[in-house]
Design a protein around this ligand. Structure first.
Ligand SMILES: CC(C)(COP(=O)(O)OP(=O)(O)OC[C@H]1O[C@@H](n2cnc3c(N)ncnc32)[C@H](O)[C@@H]1OP(=O)(O)O)[C@@H](O)C(=O)NCCC(=O)NCCS
Length: 217
């Protein structure tokens, strides 16, 4: 059994305490600028997942009880999230990643290099989509490993590719065809992205597929 490459936290709540009770003033300002209701729900779910993850990490590893508003999550110029937490020495070493889907949020935390996470609600896919975003080798694996469950399988590849994109933390993101996913054993994958290599894990949770990828140095 391989070790998990990152800590993950999935949030399926549809309502949260009042934002002013757990967001920092800067986060509240960001939240208030989001207009679309769906995006507001997703944004809160992602932030809540990230803060719960960081809180539980500090509680378990250092016996330190932080409140959600002591943890600030910002986005860099490429949109990638990062942690702002003074006096813990953790900021420089940590990498967080956030995903949302259908109002649910997923966060990942790694102290061992850049990671990316993704969350996809399993749904019907247009037949031509697999052809457009998966390589020939991936389509062969999809047909072999997910016979009769092609939608689920499609989102496994999709989520792994999105997680790899996020681990890169760049913009514009790599094209899906440049990201090669190889499923290597149940729930693990190897990913190549031009000259970079990543290791990855995925899983199913209810109607969702989650994925987490880590850049190998
Ligand atoms: C960036 C991208 C990976 C986000 O995925 P998505 O499907 O839109 O949304 P998800 O819920 O999966 O993830 C959103 C989270 O990804 C994170 N994110 C955004 N940009 C990121 C980046 N460059 N690197 C890492 N993480 C990023 C953010 O935390 C964001 O949540 P937040 O805004 O609430 O903090 C996706 O937009 C993408 O692949 N874009 C490709 C096209 C592109 O390059 N667009 C940029 C236009 S110049």
């Amino acid at each position: 059994m391989r070790e998990f490459i990152a800590r993950l936290h999935l949030v399926t709540l549809r309502s949260f305490p009042k934002p002013s009770q757990w967001l920092t003033p800067a986060e509240l300002h960001m939240f208030e600028r989001i207009r679309a209701q769906r995006r507001r729900q997703d944004w809160l779910a992602g932030r809540w997942a990230a803060k719960e993850l960081i809180r539980s990490y500090f509680d378990e590893e250092a016996g330190l009880q932080l409140t959600p508003s002591q943890i600030e999550i910002k986005n860099d110029e490429n949109g990638a999230p990062y942690l702002s937490l003074t006096d813990t020495g953790m900021e420089e070493r940590s990498c967080i990643s956030i995903a949302h889907s259908a109002g649910c949020g997923l966060a990942g935390l790694s102290l061992h290099g850049p990671i990316g996470v993704d969350l996809q609600q399993i749904r019907a896919v247009r037949p031509d989509l697999a052809e457009r975003v998966l390589t020939q080798h991936e389509r062969t694996q999809l047909a072999h490993d997910f016979a009769g469950q092609e939608s689920e399988g499609f989102f496994v590849f999709w989520a792994l590719k999105e997680a790899a994109r996020k681990a890169q933390r760049t913009r514009p993101a790599a094209a899906f065809h440049d990201i090669a996913v190889k499923l290597i054993e149940p729930r693990h994958a190897e990913i190549s992205l031009r000259t970079q290599r990543l290791k990855a894990q995925w899983g199913r949770w209810g109607e969702f597929i989650w994925a987490c990828a880590q850049l190998l140095t």
